[in-house]
Design a binder for this molecule. Sequence first.
Ligand code: FES
Length: 125
Amino acid sequence: MHDAPEMAPYARHVFLCTGVYCDPLGQAEQLYRLLGRLLGDLGAYDNPLRVKRGKTPCLGVCYNGPLLVVYPDGIWYHSVDEPLLRRILDEHLRGGKPVSEAVFHRLGGPSAPTSFCSAGGSTAQ
Ligand code: FES
């Protein structure tokens, strides 16, 4: 058996859906790259408040994207564009206050949209 990997410290993990059902215009890949550039010190491996980022082909919602979810907060955003991504970074990830008008679901709270994912091969449901 191999040694278990070590995890650098982090505080949050952001997932951006790059699936075609919620992002038919293909904007999420560009947002993912931009997020990497904008994180700055929040992306540093030695920062205990580090924000890890990942992209996924589906988050099990499949419309009104691009969709972005922040864990462990369990805050889900819809219709993410560059201005909103910048606000999420400044107000939520740095300031600790979610951008409420763009939140459509909070883990443990009521959810607005009904899931009808047809993407198949989802990795996060
Ligand atoms: S394709 Fe984005 S949530 Fe399913």
